[in-house]
Design a protein around this ligand. Structure first.
Ligand SMILES: Cc1cc2nc3c(=O)[nH]c(=O)nc-3n(C[C@H](O)[C@H](O)[C@H](O)COP(=O)(O)OP(=O)(O)OC[C@H]3O[C@@H](n4cnc5c(N)ncnc54)[C@H](O)[C@@H]3O)c2cc1C
Length: 372
């Protein structure tokens, strides 16, 4: 049952929100409620993490569970990008070891279980609707929530709010703080089950005239394939019940032959809008935005989960200062987010500038002109 008052309410139970719940409850006795509009255990997108993710999981105290969680290593990337022949980027010299291909359901459950074990209360299927500042500023906010199963609203007082609602940044929006967005792309993703066949542990990336494709074998006999493009090409991909998507992947020179060796079943298709952007203000004295809510990246960066976990840990530090009434590190997080977004913009530009085989195609022309 949801109470009427909490020290901290976390809006959103993705990697950022769950990591924040663990970090805060590990460092403080603050009462913590986390709400998420999704149902418990609902599948999420994103499964590729850099080697350094393990360092964050150690800090969150879940490294042992992670190693036992059935996730698979990824020795590197194979890509056809900027040239017609494959290139390889291996993690062999990385001291943290290989990158990871996650079993996303097991990963999310691991974080949620740990957050609850630490004493955070989680309410799934609960949507955040609105926020109002409390008449006494030190008392934080009154949040309006709706639990799906009950279909009735409740008001909850939060002395500190963490916006971890992903790229929509719903709480920041209620404060009239909106992201400046510098790019918009669309990902069409196919999740399948592997009936027969074997493939490489490498993640495969391949550019084409109107975007790029991604393909990976995942734990538990799952396979993910994705096409990232601009909105105007979505209709072609969806033609004849996604035959357009399948035809495009088959025509690629690296991913096409890999897919031909696999027998896939139970395929489901999903479309995601991907906006790259950053909030002009990441925090106030009794709120902060973390993960994709504060800065969302193109998945070419493969940093979303890592960023979410790392911001969650930083939320733990900020709430500790606030809880102990110490001078808080208010601007430090904002400055870090700004500089992180600048690094992301430079890296994104570097990657898209490597491809110039279709210099007149809109997708590549538009990516050449992204802000630095
Ligand atoms: C197609 C695609 C592929 C990707 N692949 C990768 C990848 O391979 N590796 C990687 O690292 N990153 C990847 N990403 C990015 C990654 O998914 C995100 O960066 C990451 O999930 C961000 O974590 P988060 O916790 O900040 O937000 P999210 O994971 O988006 O979580 C936000 C949560 O808030 C909840 N929520 C939203 N609004 C409300 C509301 N009003 N009330 C209550 N709850 C709410 C949502 O239900 C959601 O659970 C990918 C993204 C896309 C779109």
């Amino acid at each position: 049952m949801i109470n009427t008052k909490y020290d901290v309410v976390i809006l959103g139970g993705g990697p950022a929100g769950l990591a924040a719940a663990i970090a805060i409850r590990t460092k403080t006795n603050a009462s913590v409620l986390l709400v998420d509009r999704q149902n418990k255990g609902e599948v999420r997108v994103g499964e590729n993490c850099p080697p350094e993710t393990v360092l964050l999981l150690k800090q969150l105290g879940v490294a042992k569970e992670f190693y036992r969680g059935g996730h698979q290593t990824c020795p590197g990337y194979a890509s056809v990008w900027g040239r017609d022949t494959p290139g390889y980027n291996d993690f062999i010299v990385n001291p943290q070891g290989p990158a990871w291909r996650l079993n996303r359901q097991a990963f999310d459950k691991m974080l949620a279980d740990r957050a609850e074990l630490c004493g955070a209360q989680i309410s799934w299927s609960t949507r955040f609707i609105d926020a109002q500042k409390h008449s006494d500023e030190s008392e934080g906010f009154i949040l309006r929530l709706v639990k799906k199963s009950e279909d009735k609203e409740c008001n909850v007082q939060a002395r500190f709010v963490i916006d971890a609602t992903g790229s929509t940044a719903s709480f920041a929006g209620k404060l009239d703080i909106n992201k400046s967005v510098d790019d918009e792309l669309f990902a069409t993703v196919r999740f399948s089950t592997l009936a027969h066949g074997r493939g490489s542990k490498q993640i495969q990336l391949e550019a084409f005239e109107h975007g790029w494709c991604y393909h990976a074998l995942l734990p538990a006999e799952k396979v993910v394939s994705m096409v990232v493009t601009e909105k105007k090409h979505l209709a072609t991909l969806r033609e004849a019940e996604f035959q357009g998507f399948n035809d495009l992947l088959q025509s690629t020179t690296l991913i096409g032959p890999s897919l031909a060796k696999l027998d896939l079943e139970q395929s489901t298709y999903h479309t995601y809008c991907i906006r790259s952007g950053v909030l002009p203000a990441a925090e106030g004295c009794n709120w902060m935005a973390i993960g994709d809510a504060v800065a969302s990246f193109d998945p070419i960066a493969a940093q979303g989960i890592y960023k979410g976990l790392s911001h969650g840990l930083q939320a733990g530090e900020k709430v500790l200062s606030w809880f102990e009434n110490r001078e808080n590190s208010q601007l430090r997080f904002s400055q870090q987010v700004k500089s992180q977004y600048g690094d992301y913009q430079r890296n994104r530009s570097h990657v898209y500038h490597l491809e110039n085989r279709w210099s007149n195609a809109h997708f590549w022309l538009n990516r050449q002109h992204l802000p630095l």
